[in-house]
Ligand binder design. Structure first.
Ligand code: 13P
Length: 259
């Protein structure tokens, strides 16, 4: 049985009302789930969500993630938050390199490397998003692009930097679309990533969690998780609807032995 990780990325959605109802409704089911759950609400609500999770005695079952950090730890950078601040309030994960940040905030390999380095120095688990554009996909460049994005970390910080790191493969063209996910194709990409890492460090390649994200929903989640190299899913839209998210958690929990 795999060590599954299910991540819910709320992006720029949610409010105090949703946080309360979401946590109260999932609080019963998550206590019987035999896998890890991470929620990434908007930064503003991290501390609030943490308090609500504690009030439902769910802090042993849900971890929280930031959706982004700044490339600095402190200073004159109005509007930013740092890895150090996340550590200060007890946040364990942070998403970096998300496609939304690359598209709307022009993030590149250089900024992602800086953010990765800061997270590691604070002992926060980076959820490192990688993935290709539609054009790169059509040109058959997916594997080369993914490896280049991972190499950005490995060549600068060494392979051991990938310990306690989560890789999230999110093809940019598959995010937020009602597309039909071909889980065999996604498995091929995940397998290529793992094989690449295996050539450098066998242990890291075996232990690293490689997530898939992009239009994951109740209908496709099982087929994805049945693939040997898909260790979990990073869910956007489908995780915002509480009833739907509960359905997803239930179907995963009921089929754990088939993964
Ligand atoms: P969707 O599940 O809405 O496609 O979002 C995926 C994603 O970007 C998660 O980080």
């Amino acid at each position: 049985m795999k060590n599954l990780l299910i991540i819910s990325n709320w992006k720029l959605n949610g409010n105090k009302y949703l946080i309360n109802s979401f946590i109260s409704k999932i609080s019963h089911i998550i206590k019987s789930c035999n896998f890890s759950i991470v929620i990434a609400p908007p930064l503003l609500y991290l501390d609030y969500m943490q308090q609500i999770i504690k009030s439902y005695k769910c802090d042993n079952y849900i971890s929280l993630s930031a959706q982004n950090i700044d490339i600095h730890n402190y200073g004159s950078f109005t509007g930013e938050i740092s890895a150090k601040m996340l550590k200060d309030i007890g946040i364990q994960y942070a998403i970096i390199g998300h496609a939304d940040r690359k598209i709307f905030h022009k993030e590149n390999n250089n900024t992602i490397l800086k953010k990765f380095t800061l997270l590691k120095s604070e002992g926060i688990f980076p959820i490192l998003c990688i993935g290709e554009t539609k054009k790169e996909y059509q040109n058959n460049q997916t594997i080369a692009i993914c490896i280049k994005q991972i190499d950005n970390i490995v060549k600068n910080l060494g392979i051991l930097a990938l310990q306690d790191t989560i890789i999230a493969y999110e093809p940019i063209w598959a995010i937020g679309n009602k597309i039909v996910i071909n889980s065999t194709y996604i498995q091929k990409i995940h397998n290529a990533i793992r094989n690449y890492l295996m050539q450098i460090n066998y242990k890291i390649s075996k232990n690293i969690s490689i997530q898939y994200g992009g239009s994951v929903n109740f209908n496709n989640v099982l087929n994805l998780l049945k693939q040997p190299d898909i260790d979990g899913v990073l869910i956007g839209k489908a995780s915002l609807d509480t009833e739907n998210f509960i359905k997803i958690l239930n179907v995963i929990n009921n089929n754990l032995y088939s993964f």
